[in-house]
Design a protein around this ligand. Structure first.
Ligand code: NAD
Length: 303
């Protein structure tokens, strides 16, 4: 069985798969080349960079060999999965492995946005000493609104409570056992009205409306901090920039963008934005866990 890991794979996962007799090729191909190469593999493993759209799937079907596509991560929006499955190719992902890493990055962005860590470091590298420009706020004692209280949202909630924050959660599905004196389910409007920090953790499905837009920002507290590590389409970037400029939003922390790689220089160069290039799952631990999950999925599938 031949596996193409087009966006890389953890070394120990490769070693385990090879020990079980699989051949793993670690190589990124641009679309035109991928269309040809995909015909030579039984399994395709991608992270975010490789897009598996209809033409690639059609080529794979023509080749008659590809049976399994795995997104080594949470969302599968870079794969036309419904089309692939309609052609008999199974599509799956590794939903649990990166939750802790993404939750920790969301917390890092909360600190960075509240204390201007990114921009202060950036200006120091330019030889500046802007000590009085970065007057921040503390997290302790504040209210964090979490939209999408699933794996990542809950982990972030736990860390926030440990820091002395109150958590307001909004989710389509309520799990009453998760509520306690520091964590309460509320409506989306109550999140907007009462949160000092708002962090987004919904799936951001294709075509879904932005949760943070001009209308919802107007409902938020003055000086709110907005964090997005979910998907770029959950935030209207133009509305966010306008609200940062007006001072309605104090600062923002952003890991995911409407277009990636992001070319929105107004957002990336905004002094009140702490940005990272979609690195939520980029930790040694997450990649190791993803590798273990991949080995399990692949060996079970081809048993
Ligand atoms: P999850 O499925 O465990 O949780 C998502 C939660 O959102 C669920 O509880 C679901 O009921 C809820 N939900 C869905 N639609 C909603 C809506 N419209 N309003 C309110 N709640 C809604 O998923 P997760 O593992 O916690 O991942 C959350 C997000 O994090 C996803 O968007 C995923 O793509 C993103 N993510 C980002 C990175 C990164 O590198 N930045 C890495 C992994 C995951």
């Amino acid at each position: 069985m031949r596996i193409l890991a087009s966006d890389g794979m953890d070394k120990s996962a490769i070693a385990q798969l090879e020990a079980k007799g699989f051949e793993v090729v670690k190589q990124f191909y641009e679309v035109e080349d991928l269309k040809q190469k995909v015909k030579e593999f039984d399994c395709l493993v991608v992270r975010s960079a490789t897009k598996v759209r209809v033409p690639v799937i059609d080529s794979a079907v023509e080749g008659g060999r590809l049976k399994l596509i795995i997104r080594a991560g949470v969302g599968i929006d870079n794969i036309d999965y419904e089309y692939a499955e309609s052609k008999g190719i199974k599509v799956t992902n590794t939903p649990k492995s990166s939750s802790a890493s993404v939750a920790e990055l969301a917390l890092a962005l909360m600190f960075s946005a509240a204390r201007f860590v990114n921009i202060a470091g950036h200006t120091m590298r330019e030889g500046k000493w802007e000590k009085s420009a970065y007057n921040g706020i503390e997290l302790r004692g504040k209210t964090l609104g979490i939209v999408g209280f699933g794996r990542i949202g809950q982990m972030l909630g736990n860390m926030a409570v440990a820091l002395g924050m109150k958590v307001l959660a909004y989710d389509l599905v309520k799990v009453p056992e998760l509520e306690n004196e520091n964590v309460k389910y509320v409506s989306m409007d109550e999140i907007f009205a009462n949160s000092d920090f708002i962090s987004l953790h919904t799936p951001g499905a294709k075509g879904s409306a932005a949760i943070v837009n001009a209308e919802t920002i107007a409902k938020m507290k003055d000086g709110v901090i907005i964090i997005n590590t979910s998907r770029g389409n959950t935030v209207d970037e133009a509305a966010l920039i306008a609200a940062l400029d007006s001072g309605k939003v104090f600062a923002a922390g952003v890991d995911v963008y409407a277009e990636e790689p992001c070319k929105n220089t107004a957002l990336l160069s905004h002094p009140k934005v702490a940005c990272t290039p979609h690195i939520g799952a980029s930790t040694a631990e997450a990649q190791k866990r993803i590798g273990e999950e991949l080995v399990e999925i692949i060996t079970n599938f081809f048993k």
